[in-house]
Write a protein that binds this ligand. Structure first.
Ligand SMILES: Cc1cc2nc3c(=O)[nH]c(=O)nc-3n(C[C@H](O)[C@H](O)[C@H](O)COP(=O)(O)O)c2cc1C
Length: 187
């Protein structure tokens, strides 16, 4: 798959087969992530790879409970409450792998650096026939002391991009894009 095809066919995947993803493949995705640019070439990221099913289930459970106690801004609370109150709703969509890209906290461009690495990882996964989805719902709890301990993250790191990875059950349909706001400044 060439770059253009990966960019245009990558979709958020939320349904996976039960097939696992091996460590070698995950290493290749991390290598692709690390080719991203970073401010002052600091490469301040780290990668927590969760494949343990019990830990994946724990992260979903804890993150949902945390969101009920601390509703995020910008989402209607009734919708959130309904979703995260559902014991059958797995915020990680039963994916076999969660890769959390984190950054040292004393980096001014932590979010930018990790987000660039995240997009590289998602495109590389797409090119390898894998599906991914960035799970913002998991981020806040993963940033708590309990969350960091669960993904073996030192206290001076903060999670930025929790990304699930797995073999897609089906190819999700295209998601329409809005027309771009372009301001040409030519003269
Ligand atoms: C920062 C960020 C957070 C996201 N959080 C979630 C999430 O918690 N759960 C989810 O199902 N999708 C999440 N997504 C996926 C978006 O919903 C998805 O990318 C968007 O609907 C566009 O679809 P596409 O990725 O297939 O183009 C997130 C995406 C981003 C970039």
């Amino acid at each position: 798959m060439d770059l253009k095809e990966a960019i245009y066919t990558r979709r958020a995947v939320r349904e996976f087969t039960t097939e696992t993803v091996d460590q070698r493949t995950i290493r290749q995705l991390i290598d692709a992530a690390m080719q991203a640019p970073s401010a002052v070439n600091e490469q301040p990221w780290s990668f927590s790879v969760v494949r343990n099913k019990a830990v994946l289930a724990q992260i979903s459970r804890e993150a949902k409970a945390y969101m009920l106690r601390n509703p995020p801004t910008g989402m209607p609370s009734y919708h959130l409450r309904e979703l995260v109150s559902d014991p059958h709703f797995d915020i990680l969509y039963r994916a076999p792998v969660l890769i959390v890209i984190s950054s040292v906290t004393n980096n001014q461009w932590a979010i930018e650096n990790c987000s660039l690495a995240a997009e590289n990882l998602m495109l590389a996964a797409c090119a390898a026939g894998l599906g991914t989805c960035w799970i913002g719902f998991a981020q806040t709890w993963l940033g708590t002391p309990d969350g960091k301990a669960t993904i073996k993250l030192p206290m001076n790191y903060a999670p930025v991009a929790p990304i699930i990875v797995g073999h897609p059950k089906m190819a999700p349909p295209p998601v329409p894009r809005k027309a771009p706001e372009i301001r040409w400044i030519d003269s």
